[in-house]
Write a protein that binds this ligand. Structure first.
Ligand code: CP
Length: 341
């Protein structure tokens, strides 16, 4: 792997290699001394044009646990506000010594553009680009689902894909890069995927995705999926009104206390996921968010392990990136799926 830009272009073998490496990294994170020397002398830059708590901090923790140097760059408060371009920004960071750029950007396709541009020899990791993709989020979600199903079945998760596992993704699919990355990755790993949303929050090309679509959450939960992922309602990306009110959204598409209780009665020990940050009382009730079935904090911990695995696989070894330029044109599914850019 030279870059990690999307799960749409990640094969099953590479995805499993990341998940199994993350299991090893997770064991390191459980030790008293949470450090490995593998990236000593390497520099990782977190280049964030959009706000983040989990992704930025966990990439920083991941790089430091691998003994890399870390530079954090937030566009707010930088020369980006004076009009400096992405090209000049990245070349400035590379001149300071960056080997990898972990980038979050408001524009769909920004990470793929950077990787294909020839502006830099740095490895590029997409930490979320517009409504397009968030590949490390999907990988940490897959790790969480794989672990919870293996725990339930009393077996070791390592080396296994998600064949036979059913995952339901609920909510604001239209604006969600997390949903897109999860759909491609879960499908690649052999899982079946259902989507539940109001019709206004589904992209019009959803019929071309490898998913089944529901509009009624109770009906979808009655089928007993192994894991349910509640998505954040992304009010900041909504120019208009997509549903009557937050209360109506919670009543029809939210994981309420009653819905969770019914679902648990039916399946025993489900895994509830939420990528965060949560709108408590909208897509998930406060009691459901804090229930023992909800893995949101496990997802955050798994994020450190997955990001350690990704940085390790991209940057470790004797490979000299600066003499190995390869164009990497990535398919940008966001450009053809009709979703907002
Ligand atoms: N899940 C996620 O990407 O969270 P942050 O926006 O806090 O990084």
């Amino acid at each position: 792997m030279r870059h990690l830009l999307s799960t749409a272009e990640l094969g099953a073998a590479d995805a499993l290699r990341i998940l199994d490496t993350a299991e090893e990294m997770s064991a390191v994170s459980g030790r008293q001394v949470k450090k490995l020397p593998t990236l000593r002398g390497r520099t990782v830059v977190n280049l964030f044009y959009e706000d983040s708590t989990r992704t930025r901090i966990s990439f920083e923790a991941a790089a430091k646990r691998l003994s890399a140097d870390v530079m954090n760059f937030a566009a707010k408060g930088s020369s980006v506000s004076k009009g400096e371009s992405l090209k000049d920004t990245v070349q400035t960071l590379e001149a300071i010594g960056a080997d990898a750029v972990v980038m979050r950007h408001w524009a769909s396709g920004a990470a793929a553009r950077l990787a294909a541009s020839g502006w830099t020899d740095c490895a590029v990791v997409n930490a979320g680009d517009g409504t397009h993709e968030h590949p490390t989020q999907a990988l940490l979600d897959a790790l969480t689902v794989r672990r919870s199903v293996a725990e339930r079945d009393g077996r070791d998760p390592r080396g296994t894909d998600l064949t036979g596992v059913d995952v339901l993704i609920v909510g604001d699919i239209l604006h969600s890069r997390v949903a897109r990355s999860n759909v491609w990755l879960l499908h690649t790993l052999g899982a079946t995927v259902g989507l539940v949303a109001p019709p206004t929050l589904l992209p019009h090309t959803v019929e071309t995705w490898p998913v089944r679509v529901h509009y009624d959450l109770d009906e979808a939960l009655a089928a007993g999926p192994d894991a349910v992922m509640m998505l954040r309602v992304q009010a900041e990306r909504m120019g208009g009104s997509y549903f009557p009110s937050a209360a109506e959204y919670a009543r029809r598409w939210g994981l309420t206390d009653e819905r969770l209780a019914d679902y648990v009665r039916r399946v025993g020990s489900p895994a509830i996921l939420h990528p965060g940050p949560m709108n408590r009382g909208v897509e998930i009730s406060s009691a459901a968010a804090d229930s023992p079935h909800t893995r949101a904090l496990d997802q955050v911990s798994h994020g450190v392990a997955v990001r350690m695995a990704v940085l390790h696989l991209l940057l470790s070894g004797d490979h000299d990136r600066r003499t190995d330029r390869a164009p990497h044109p990535a398919p940008d599914r966001a450009s053809t799926d009709g979703s907002p850019r």
